[in-house]
Design a protein around this ligand. Structure first.
Ligand SMILES: Cc1ncc(COP(=O)(O)O)c(C=O)c1O
Length: 399
């Protein structure tokens, strides 16, 4: 079978990670990140539901959550599931951060939380969100779903704002197949998150079995020789059917599983965790070299760390000058099995299945970002020669 590279750099699991056992997973991740406490949830989305419900309980007169208009559709579903209203903030021009002027006008007495989002492992501008949020009395909830291990001035993301969450879904650095971790530096919020978990999250044996089987399947299939079955073929089929949303797995249903995480899956994560710091360090070295190479291609913007930040590198996020050149690059690269893909296909209002919960507003920068961006995997399986071939194709498409 042809080699197929994953779109992101996930830490491969080993068969020995799968032995039965118990281990304090969240405690060990907290120790590694040097944070007091992490609350384990069954997904990043579930972590967001638990956090927002807790915040709403503390500030019940506030019911709006401001998010960047170009983000994971699960964020919209989580806000809806928490019984809250979504307010979309356009992006800053050619950046994934929220436009500051628009953020200032959106925030007000009904704002419960602002959600700066650390996309692609890059550290977002949390200070701008804090500045606005604290002026109007709202919380800052950092979406660090793609940024476990990212630091700003030596401190984990998620601690810069009032609270934050990480995702442990497939393809993230560390995975339990699905999982999430919630953190806060505020003792009042911490107690509220525990209470919200108790009310919202319940054991579910069927989901435990399903996730266990999925995690075993991931352990076996997450390798270039088998990924074409689990990832490449469905991707090419969806693209052939002209369904890019399905191709990148953005086609979510309204149902958000809310259940506990089995002790066995926690033990699997705890066994893999000691390999994560070295994996993040080597993928970082690889990424920094490749960012330099991509910078030599005219007309391409590559997202790098801002001063003081040390992000993580699941993939490289780029924008091209316009949609037609981006599409020209993807025409050959997207189906080639080299780990070139797109992140979110649309700005949130443009997903048909979100129409009832997301109001359509003019979002020129978010729509432009969706139309001009692409991603290159930072998996160690992408060798230098193949990366160079991707660069040559990008040079041709942008010329
Ligand atoms: C930016 C962002 N937020 C939230 C989520 C939701 O996390 P999860 O898939 O763990 O539910 C994701 C998932 O990839 C994401 O990319």
């Amino acid at each position: 079978m042809a080699r197929e590279l994953p779109p992101t750099a996930g830490l491969p699991l080993r068969l020995t990670d799968l032995w039965p056992g118990h281990a304090p997973f969240a405690e060990r991740v907290a120790e590694w990140l040097d944070v007091d406490h992490l609350q384990l949830e069954c997904s990043g989305t579930a972590a967001m539901v638990v956090a927002l419900r807790a915040m709403h309980r503390l500030r019940p007169q506030r019911d709006e959550v401001i998010v960047p208009a170009w983000t994971c559709p699960l964020v919209a579903l989580a806000i809806h599931r928490a019984g809250l209203r979504l307010r979309l903030c356009d992006l800053a021009p050619d950046h994934f951060d929220m436009d500051f002027a628009q953020l200032c006008t959106l925030a007000g007495p009904r704002t419960l939380a602002i959600v700066p989002t650390h996309l692609a492992g890059r550290v977002a501008d949390v200070n701008a969100a804090l500045d606005v949020a604290h002026r109007v009395g709202a919380y800052v909830l950092e979406d660090a779903a793609q940024a476990l291990g990212a630091m700003q001035n030596g401190r984990s993301v998620g601690l810069l704002g009032d609270a934050g969450f990480f995702s442990l879904a497939v393809g993230k650095g560390l995975t339990l197949f699905e999982g999430g971790l919630l953190l806060t530096r505020d003792p009042v919020l911490r107690d509220a998150f525990v209470a919200s978990h108790r009310e919202t999250i319940h054991p579910d044996t069927k989901m435990d079995w399903q996730r266990a089987l999925e995690l075993i399947g991931y352990t076996l299939a997450y390798r270039p020789s088998l990924l074409s079955l689990a990832y490449g073929r469905p991707l090419r089929k969806a693209l052939a059917a002209n369904d890019p949303v399905a191709a990148v797995g953005d086609d979510f249903g309204p149902d958000i599983p809310l259940h506990t995480v089995s002790t066995w899956r926690q033990a699997v994560g705890a066994r893999a965790l000691p390999r994560l710091p070295a994996f993040l360090a080597s993928t970082r070295t690889q990424a920094l070299r490749r960012v330099e190479r991509l910078r030599r291609i005219p007309n391409i913007t590559v997202f790098d760390d801002v001063p003081g930040a040390q992000g993580v590198w699941p993939f490289l996020l780029l924008t091209l000058p316009d949609e037609s050149r981006r599409d020209a690059a993807l025409k050959t690269l997207w189906t080639a099995g080299l780990g070139v893909s797109r992140l979110f296909i649309h700005a949130l209002p443009d997903y048909g299945y979100l129409r009832d919960i997301v109001a359509d507003t003019p979002l020129p920068n978010a729509r432009s970002f969706a139309a001009r961006s692409l991603t290159i995997t930072n998996s160690p399986w992408l060798d230098d020669a193949t990366f160079e071939a991707i660069c040559t194709e990008l040079e041709r498409a942008t010329a």
